[in-house]
Design a protein around this ligand. Structure first.
Ligand code: CP
Length: 301
């Protein structure tokens, strides 16, 4: 049985099914009629992912086990594996994990016997963010094929860029990257373009946060917006129908002019809303895959 670790594990059909189920959860309430426990194990800070998983779990009727790393036995030297194994042993039915390491799953995968959902792995992958971005794009355009999506910013340190680029490409999107010098990622084989050109033909401008916490040297950001960010002048040159995405948290005035966060083409807050419903779909998907529930236990209410 698969843990939910990488967007690359899903077929296109499974991605589309998750989007459809998220749409269903948006319009009608559903609960799982069985007592199940979800452990939210965040070893790295989070606001959106942690809280939207919490709401998704509560909406589905799951019991939420919140874990605070700073007040846990990690402080006594307990390892990641022993922490997760403890939650498995005391009865958690699913573990949602975020950790700063790129490959924490390698150690856990063979030895943990409850489904794990990757809520962010270092610079490697953020598949649930990718799924909520796909939902937001699909709701806007009703398709993926032949859309032009430009992923802009700190590509090198971004797990969001990696998950999204691969999934979008597979779904028929023309994927482009745009980064300041030094923030390119050679592992991603997509064309790099200048932002000033890209804004004229993109359907989706996917901005990324400057990930200061992953930089070895502090970036001087005073001129970043005018050189590499979305200014009001650049935004005014976008196609009328084009939209702006950003996974957040946002450095207002750095990767985007602060006033544009709430502009009419911004879907940034819609992304956050969609995060709840796609995570409901992901939770039920993995619980079904692992045989913990079947469709009959998901009741419309
Ligand atoms: N987009 C995202 O992962 O936000 P958080 O770090 O607040 O969870």
């Amino acid at each position: 049985m698969n843990h939910f670790i990488s967007i690359n594990q899903l077929t296109n059909e499974q991605i589309l099914e998750l989007l459809e189920n998220a749409g269903k959860y948006k319009t009608t309430n559903h609960k799982i009629s069985s007592q199940l426990f979800a452990a939210n194990l965040f070893f790295e800070p989070s606001t959106r992912t942690k809280m939207s998983f919490t709401i998704a779990e509560r909406k589905l009727g799951l019991e939420v086990l919140n874990f605070h790393a700073e007040a846990s036995s990690l402080q006594k030297g307990e390892s990641l594996y022993d922490t997760v194994k403890t939650f498995e042993s005391i009865g958690a039915n699913v573990a949602i994990i975020r950790h700063e390491s790129d490959n924490w799953i390698t150690e856990l995968e063979p030895k943990i016997n409850i489904p794990i959902i990757n809520a962010g792995a270092g610079k490697a992958e953020h598949p649930t963010q990718c799924m909520l971005d796909l939902l937001t794009i699909y709701e806007e355009f009703g398709r993926f094929k032949d859309l032009n999506v430009v992923i802009v910013g700190d590509i090198k340190h971004s797990r969001v860029a990696k998950s999204n680029a691969h999934a979008l490409k597979r779904l028929g999107v023309n994927v482009f990257l745009s980064a300041a010098p030094g923030y390119e990622d050679e592992s991603l084989d997509y064309p790099y373009v200048s932002l000033d050109e890209a804004i004229q033909y993109c359907d989706v401008l996917m901005l990324l946060r400057i990930q200061h916490e992953r930089h070895e040297e502090k970036l001087e950001t005073s001129s970043y917006l005018t050189q590499y960010g979305l200014t009001k002048e650049r935004e005014s040159k976008m196609q009328q129908h084009a939209i702006i995405l950003h996974p957040a948290p946002i450095n207002r005035g750095v990767e985007i002019d602060g006033d544009l966060v709430e502009c009419s083409r911004s879907r940034i807050f819609k992304q956050m809303t969609n995060g709840v419903y796609i995570r409901m779909a992901i939770l039920t998907h993995v619980l079904k895959e692992w045989g913990i529930i079947d469709e009959n236990l998901i009741k419309e209410c």
